[in-house]
Design a protein around this ligand. Structure first.
Ligand code: UFG
Length: 320
């Protein structure tokens, strides 16, 4: 199979591109390198340096390279930032995605795997959350992901394409040559590791009075290797003629901020310098996925997502 991977210079996209190449697929990476890194695009992939919204560039690459399917990772990912720059987020995540989808359909590329997010749900009514949970996003970021899901759903209903929208919970971990490396870092594990390495001030624990056993927020952390495997399974599902699908990607098990910090101390052997801080606005107390659907439909089961494995692999990639 020949697969177009947008955002293939990012954390999850580059690892997925590498795993596709390893199993013998051909990979075309489309990335404007605005947040991605050229050096993580795997050897063997063809890199087209353009934005997904550049319809002339996309049209030319589709005509020249004729991919069979597309995994669309590219986009802006910071929920907090999206609240102060809504226009930029709608343009990048919705406007550019629609431009890409239009070109894919025009070229007859009718299988699309889309990076969606647990952020589409908004405030959880309970845990674990299934795909049928109401979708009332509390961030612009979540709203942009939901709008693209809606567009895909309508395109699919009209028979223009089939898609898998994968709603990631907390992407984490790392792999050789692949670590979370965002210019503006907001994620717990990379921030904790860099505080531990003395590259940042003490980690702030955002809120210690949540209605959880230790008072800190609970999240469902999923290893980037397991995310990559889910994308390959979703591609195979579509290639085999499978129906369009929306699926959560998580483990069904949540860990609190304090549990993450103590797992880091166990793995690294030193405590993370940390201080208690007020709640971060918009953080729900607990977000845990039901991934039954991904298991049933895609045959996907996480294998690297114990907290210990996630931290060990994130630390190894961080310190490499
Ligand atoms: N946290 C801290 N201190 C920090 C950073 C984070 O205590 O310095 C806490 C947060 O309050 C939260 C937990 O660690 O309870 C995880 O925070 P992250 O920022 O790593 O991740 P989020 O759960 O906020 O965000 C993730 C994805 C988003 C997505 C969101 C909703 O990264 O893209 O889930 O599903 F929008």
């Amino acid at each position: 199979m020949r697969c177009l991977v947008t955002g293939g210079a990012g954390f999850i996209g580059s690892l997925t591109a590498e795993r596709l190449l390893e199993r013998g697929d051909e990979v075309i990476v489309l990335d404007d390198l605005s947040t991605g890194h050229r050096e993580v695009v795997p050897t063997g992939a063809t890199l087209i340096e353009a934005s997904v919204g550049d319809q002339a560039a996309v049209r030319a690459l589709l005509a020249d390279l004729a991919p069979d399917a597309c995994i669309h990772f590219a986009g802006l990912i910071a929920a907090g930032e999206s609240m102060s720059e809504p226009g930029r987020y709608f343009e990048a995540n919705v406007g550019e995605s629609l431009a890409l989808l239009e070109e894919l359909i025009r070229a007859g590329v009718d299988q699309v795997v889309f990076s969606s997010s647990a952020a589409v749900y908004g405030e959880p009514l309970g845990t674990p959350m299934s795909e049928d949970h109401q979708t009332i996003p509390t961030s612009v970021y979540g709203a942009t992901k939901l709008q693209v899901e809606h567009a895909l759903e309508w395109m699919s209903r009209q028979g223009a394409l089939r898609y898998a929208a994968l709603r990631y919970f907390n992407a984490a971990g790392g792999s050789e040559g692949h670590r979370e490396d965002h210019a503006v870092e907001t994620h717990l594990i990379p921030l904790a590791l860099s505080a531990l390495a003395g590259q940042r001030p003490a980690l702030q624990i955002f809120g210690t009075d949540y209605p959880t056993p230790d008072g800190t927020c609970i999240r469902d952390y999923i290893h980037v290797e397991d995310l990559a495997a889910a994308h390959l399974a979703a591609l195979d599902h579509l290639a085999a003629g499978g129906a369009s699908l929306v699926a959560n990607l998580g483990t069904g098990h949540g860990y609190s901020v304090r549990e993450v910090l103590s797992a880091i101390e166990t793995v690294v052997g030193r405590p993370v310098p940390a201080e208690e801080a007020p709640r971060r606005p918009g953080d729900p107390a607990e977000l845990v996925a039901s991934s039954a659907r991904a298991h049933e439909v895609l045959g996907w089961t996480p294998t690297r997502s114990s907290l210990g494995d996630i931290i060990a692999d994130a630390w190894q990639a961080f310190s490499a």
